[in-house]
Each structure stands twice: as C-alpha cells, then as structure tokens.
Ligand binder design. Sequence first.
Ligand code: DQA
Length: 146
Amino acid sequence: TSILVLNGPNLNLLGTRQPEVYGRTTLQDVEAMCVDWGKAAGLDVTCVQSNHEGVMIDAIHAAKGKHGGIVLNAGAYTHTSVALRDAIASVELPVVEVHLSNIHARETFRHHSHIAPVALGQIAGFGAQGYDLAIQALAKHLESAG
Ligand code: DQA
C-alpha cells in the first residue's frame, strides 16, 4: 500500500523558519524520514509539498485510486480552508492531520481546524516525530480496514 504525505504552505522553509517553534529539521530531512518510517510500517510513501491551496486540492484528488490514505500538514490552511476540507470529504480517503507544534497551546486562531472533522485524528506538538506517529496510525487503520 502507498500513502501520500502532503505538506502545505511555508513548510518548505522548515529548518530555518522559526526554529524555536518548528525545530531545525529541514523538509528534506522530514520527507526522507517519512519514507523510512513508511517502510518500517510496510507502506510506500510519496511526499508532496505546495504553497498553493489549489495544488494541494489537486494532490488530494489525484491521491484517490493511487494511495490508501494521506498524512496531511496543511499549515495555515488548516485554519482557513473549507476547500481543503471539502476535497478530503470528496475523496473519502483516510487522513491523519499532523502539526509540528501544539496548535492548541498557541494563538487562538490556530485552535480551530477545518481538517479535524474530516480526519481520522490529529497529532500535534511532537515535532517531526508526529509524522512517524501519523504513519503508524494510518498503517494500523489500513490494516484493519483490509
Ligand atoms: C503548523 C501549525 C500552523 O498553525 C502553522 O500555520 C503552520 C505549521 C504546524 O505544523 O505546527 O504553518 O501546521
């Protein structure tokens, strides 16, 4: 089974972007680790990052029939995008929402997620390790879903 790891806006700057909030690991490192974590969980991982809402929506549409599920860090679109939420609801693929930071411990505008109601679950606050937790959760879900 293959899964998509989809990262949204500004996550291409990981490593140098507010390292006190998001850590010093680069996106390239995170993506390489996701491939390894996927292998350990028996999943082929494809990684995509985009700063563009429409490109992310296209990636979600394209995942249908190609991937078993999605690990999604939608960045700030988490808090703003009904369109991303609708895309997830439309493809009916299991989605695990990930945030490096604990969005619930930050500014109020980060507390609400448009993604959460259409996600299997949310992992926030564990840095890059959150992607590993998300991949493991998705692998277990896909196993039990057959
Ligand atoms: C983020 C949290 C969002 O609030 C923020 O806009 C991001 C990154 C995280 O991974 O912690 O871009 O999704």
